[in-house]
Ligand binder design. Sequence first.
Ligand SMILES: N[C@@H](CCC(=O)N[C@@H](CS)C(=O)NCC(=O)O)C(=O)O
Length: 216
Amino acid sequence: MIVYGSIFSPYCARVALAARHKGIKHTFAPPVGGGYKSPEFLKMNPLGKVPTMKDGKTVVFESAVIVDYIEAKSKKKSLYPKNAKDAASARMIGAVAGDYVHNTVSKLFAQMGPDRDQKAVEAVAAELAKYLDIAEKVIAAKPYAAGAKFTIADVFALPSLAFMELFVPLFGIVNPIGGRKKLARYMAKAKKDKLMGGVLKDMEDGFRAWQKSRGL
Ligand SMILES: N[C@@H](CCC(=O)N[C@@H](CS)C(=O)NCC(=O)O)C(=O)O
């Protein structure tokens, strides 16, 4: 399958984690037609966003939907715990440590220009601290986000936390995880894990290249 997008985007990294976990061959590629809003790319995904995935003639967009597709396509090594309660709990951890964290971090994109509003940055830092406190409460970190196995919780949590650690220091928000012990343990373990550490490394390489290209 072809995944349009770059792995340092946390949305794209979700797809990489799910596909690598399942052993599904995939390659990342820039959007066809030269950009997110090119007529060719908009024909595939009218939202003009990455990740967008093409598997044979099948096109799927929205990261969570692509992950669902990957889960449905390959039943082996399910991303979900069997029990309904545990499956919901894993998905919930992903929602908090993934979506809530990244939705807050992404507000900083508006502050990348020379006319940065320091008050707005401080508001993001406060909101982020609030969601990280909640993530700290719900994450298991034993050693994976939902327990002893890699699950859907990691697919959502890891890319958002990793992107946060790379991106927010550019705005003077240093060591965002701080003294939150479970989150710190989770990230330290992830770096040593073959699958998660590999994605973290690729995200960092991609991020540094983007940072350099933007002169940041
Ligand atoms: N809800 C989407 C969000 C994807 C998204 O916002 N991707 C960004 C890159 S990280 C993008 O394509 N931005 C281009 C744009 O919105 O024009 C998903 O989960 O896939």
